[in-house]
Design a protein around this ligand. Structure first.
Ligand code: HEM
Length: 412
């Protein structure tokens, strides 16, 4: 089988019907060229074994400077390129983070953050996460119908990540607004404005933390960077930006998509109720079945790469189609069915290779606590007034719902 010769439009029709579209592509061939609304072509790899191999392949790069150059070459080859003082192309202001870097810079930044973002620091958050989860669930009780995203799935992760970093409570709503605008990338102007506002706030926040150190991750990052003198101010701001954005919207949609899967599969919900020991496995199955990212972030080929019978030339963009790979029947039999008793280990929802999600233990802990709380408070939770197909958000990366109406208890 070869890939489609004409690029497949990656538009809102695709995003709204993600799994069916990915399944079609996966059956038709291992790699396809998609083109987004702005005309940027990207190759997407749809099968599990190829996607996993690709994510560990050093012939693919992530360096933001090269990505910026490739985009400019395609869309505005003659345009003057904005250059920063250090000779780099100026980007959004906080693009100097590890998800935008290749070794050795990636290795240096990841090592530093790992020193501050320890397993102990995450475990210490457990009682606080349980408390926040309890508060939110208690507030839902007695309601006949609520939007589960508003009432629970959004506030939990944003409160946790702000607490972890030491961000002022009063700015939580701003953060939600900024990350929303950044990721729902349809309105470029709103997105740029949000990026600017966030950069300004983070600069002020870092200055304040230097004055008044706290017992938080941000202070730890500042200390680590000063001790080792190996993290520039721009890298520090970019790191905080990455942690906030990567750590928030993803977890929201793991919880939202996961609860939808339970409500649409009442026999699975019943199995969990009967045996809460299945919760940790159920979270993994939620990640596999309907994880929060459609695909990875952009990588580019540094040399031609062959997948099946297709040669992707050098200098082209590639995505690993996580949602397609996670339902590949070759790896996960009956991949389209949600089964909390299956063994979903090896799923790619957190990526693979050197950029494997740094926050996976935190995201898992939050989702497990959320699910246990939900089972205890609302064992009869039901889908509220919802159309057959709940609308998905208009993002080109995040696979999440616009809203999720639920009834905490059956209507009496
Ligand atoms: C990287 C998924 C939660 C921080 C990634 C990647 C994926 C991912 C797929 C790799 C992207 C790529 O290779 O292009 C998820 C999912 C989450 C989640 C599904 C929740 C369910 C979090 C949380 C944090 C976090 C809670 C931090 C608090 C990061 C960071 C990276 C990353 C820093 C970049 C790592 C690197 O470049 O070395 N995540 N993530 N993520 N994630 Fe997560």
């Amino acid at each position: 089988m070869t890939a489609h010769t004409d690029p497949v439009p990656f538009d809102s029709g695709f995003v709204q019907d993600l799994h069916a579209r990915y399944a079609e592509l996966r059956e038709a061939g291992p790699v396809h060229r998609l083109v987004n609304d702005s005309g940027l072509p990207v190759w997407v790899v749809t099968r599990y074994s190829d996607a996993r191999a690709l994510l560990a392949d050093p012939r693919l790069g992530k360096d933001a400077q090269t990505i910026f150059r490739l985009v400019m070459d395609r869309f505005a080859p003659d345009a003057e390129r904005p250059e920063a003082e250090d000779g780099r192309f100026a980007g959004a202001g906080f693009d100097m983070h590890m998800l935008n870097m290749d070794p050795p810079d990636h290795t240096r930044l990841r090592k530093l953050v790992v020193k501050a973002f320890t397993a102990r620091r995450i475990e210490e958050l457990r009682p606080r996460i349980e408390q926040i989860s309890e508060e939110l669930l208690t507030a839902m009780a007695g309601e006949s119908e609520v939007d589960f995203l508003d009432a629970f799935a959004f506030p939990l992760p944003i409160r946790v990540i702000c607490e972890l970093l030491g961000v002022d409570e009063s700015r939580r709503d701003d953060f939600r607004d900024w990350t929303n605008k950044l990721l729902d990338d349809i309105d470029a102007e709103a997105s740029a404005q949000a990026a600017g506002d966030m950069a300004q706030y983070l600069t002020e926040l870092l200055a304040a933390k230097r004055q008044r150190p706290g017992d938080d991750l941000l202070t730890a990052l500042i200390e680590v960077s000063e001790d080792e003198d190996r993290l520039s101010e721009a890298e520090l701001i970019s790191m905080v930006f990455l942690l906030l954005v990567a750590g928030h919207e993803t977890t929201v949609n793991l919880i939202g998509n996961g609860v939808l899967a339970l409500l649409r599969n009442p026999e699975q919900f019943a199995a969990l109720r009967a045996n809460p020991d299945l919760v940790d496995g159920a979270v993994e199955e939620m990640l596999r079945f309907d994880g929060p990212l459609m695909h990875t972030t952009f990588r580019f080929t540094t040399e031609p790469i062959t997948i099946g019978e297709t040669v992707i030339p050098a200098g082209e963009f590639v995505w690993a189609g996580l949602a397609a790979a996670n339902r590949d029947p070759e790896r996960f039999p009956e991949g389209d069915s949600f089964d909390v008793t299956r063994d979903p280990h090896g799923h790619l929802a957190f990526g693979h290779g050197i950029h494997f999600c740094l926050g996976a233990p935190l995201a898992r802990m939050e989702a497990q606590i959320a699910l246990r709380g939900l089972l205890a408070h609302f064992p009869d939770l039901e889908l509220g007034t919802a159309p057959e197909n709940l609308a998905r958000r208009n993002s080109s990366l995040i696979h999440g719902l616009r809203d999720l109406p639920v009834r905490p208890a059956p209507l009496s």
